[in-house]
Design a protein around this ligand. Structure first.
Ligand SMILES: Cc1ncc(COP(=O)(O)O)c(C=O)c1O
Length: 459
């Protein structure tokens, strides 16, 4: 009997054609599109939540629902999107995802799809080489930076303290991404085991304070375990003093986890490499291809200097699986992390890199650095703006002499819809930020937003 779930070739081509046409329109408009959309009304939201009917309907009407759903919120493909951490996405990576889910090969264990496993390990090998972590390193692609931080923390916990970690202490700063503290709690640490080390005037982890605090904790009989440093904080793009922190962690026998989810891929550029000096000393490193490489959401990465530590932390095997956890030297990806069944994430990074080469990715990152420098230089010239932090990477954070005026300037930029900005709070002060990581962002976008800010300040 013919199944509705098995469309014939003609229908498959028709359905695919409709989706491709739908996306073509979206991508044609990407460069010029506004940065964010209209709010949906409660009835529409309710309508979008309706359960499926017993009988299906045509794709055209389903796509029209998607159009309605897509109107609200931030338009990530827009070059004007400079809030939070942007990600423009990439058509060719979407094609890779289509292939990955279309082929539906199993990438949890290597013998189910050895070629796909090799592709994914190859992507990780390339990341390891960019950061020069050394020949014993390993890693895996995960759903994002939060999961990479979580898995890095679990690996550090197991490697340094084994199963007895109730006296362990982790060190972060007030600017460490909140996913690190969340991950630590999920990994079984109490909140009093997570110490926030003060930052200096440039918002970098104060290494003297770090040393003092480690010494104090040892005197109190605690077990300092792990420092989580930022290679580009989300709030301000600040890079902690990685080399100095690595000196401390290596002399104290602590694990160094570096959260490079936002900033890591700037390592592909000369300027980024200088700013990230010391990153090569990480014991573990979180990366987000779905930030710095523009790969569509759902791809983060964890790299670990010592593969054995990663494997130890994730031991566990069902009797129904083969005894070996590798195939011709290719390790099962499931033995490196918490997931067994997982998408073939490797393809969405591998295909665009094979197709385009590395150069355009590097150029896009360089262009973000250029735009950040431009924004910073202009903001420095404006009366009423306190641009005290030179950008380490591509986030430009600045204050206003008057916070209320700052809030008005922010509202005016977003009301115009060409550019979308999101602020943060530092020491109770309102801080606005240009988060520049979208390859479609131009100097015109940046100048347009700064013109609006300037106008608001002049009154
Ligand atoms: C520095 C940093 N770390 C971790 C994360 C969390 O990453 P994800 O959203 O991919 O889980 C983010 C997200 O913006 C980030 O900027």
């Amino acid at each position: 009997m013919k199944s509705h779930l098995e469309p014939d070739r003609e229908l498959r081509e028709d359905l695919t054609g409709q989706v491709v046409a739908y996306l073509a329109d979206w991508y044609d408009r990407a460069s010029e599109m506004e940065a964010w959309g209209i709010d949906l009304d409660p009835e529409t939201l309710e309508e979008l939540r309706q359960p499926p009917a017993e009988e299906g309907r045509d794709l055209e009407s389903i796509l029209s629902k998607l159009t309605v759903a897509g109107k609200a919120g931030i338009y990530h493909p827009s070059g004007g999107h400079m809030s939070y951490i942007p990600n423009a996405g990439m058509y060719t990576a979407a094609l890779a995802d289509f292939l990955a889910t279309g082929l539906n090969r199993y990438s949890g264990v290597a013998n189910a799809a050895p070629g796909f496993t090799a592709i994914e390990h190859g992507v990780i090998d390339w990341f390891i080489s960019i950061f020069e972590l050394g020949p014993d390193s390993a890693g895996l692609l995960m759903s994002g930076g939060s999961m990479a931080n979580f898995t890095g923390i679990v690996t550090a916990r197991t490697a340094v303290l084994g199963e007895h970690f109730t006296r362990g202490v982790l060190y972060v700063t007030p600017h460490t991404h909140h996913s690190a503290a969340k991950a630590a709690r999920l990994a079984g640490f109490r909140s009093d085991q997570i110490v926030r080390v003060d930052v200096d005037d440039d918002l970098r982890m104060d290494v003297n304070r770090l040393s003092e605090r480690i010494a104090l904790d040892r005197v109190e009989g605690k077990r300092p375990l792990l420092v989580i440093a930022s290679a580009g904080s989300t709030d301000t793009g600040t890079v902690d003093p990685l080399d100095e922190i690595a000196d401390i962690t290596s002399s104290e026998g602590l694990w160094l986890h570096i959260d490079a989810a936002y900033g890591g891929f700037f390592q592909l550029t000369e300027r980024g490499k200088r700013a990230l000096h010391g990153i090569e000393r990480a014991d573990s490193l979180s990366l987000d291809p779905h930030k710095g490489l523009s790969i569509p959401f759902g791809v983060g990465a964890l790299l670990v200097r010592d593969e054995a530590a990663l494997v130890d932390a994730h031991e566990g095997r069902g009797a129904y699986l083969r005894d070996e956890d590798s195939y011709m030297g290719l390790r099962d990806i499931s033995s490196l992390g918490p997931e067994l069944s997982r998408p073939s994430r490797g393809l969405s990074v591998w295909l665009p890199l094979q197709l385009h080469g590395v150069a355009p990715f590097r150029a896009a990152l360089d262009s973000s650095l250029d735009l950040a420098e431009h924004a910073y230089r202009r903001l420095r010239t404006i009366d009423g703006i306190d641009a005290r932090w030179a950008p380490d990477l591509s986030v430009v954070a600045f204050m206003f002499d008057n916070d209320e005026l700052g809030r008005s300037a922010w509202a005016a930029v977003n009301a115009d819809r060409t550019v979308h900005l999101s602020p943060t709070i530092i020491d109770d002060r309102f801080v606005l930020r240009f988060a520049i990581l979208n390859r479609r962002s131009t100097v015109e976008h940046v100048d347009h937003a700064i013109d609006i800010i300037e106008k608001t300040l002049i009154g």
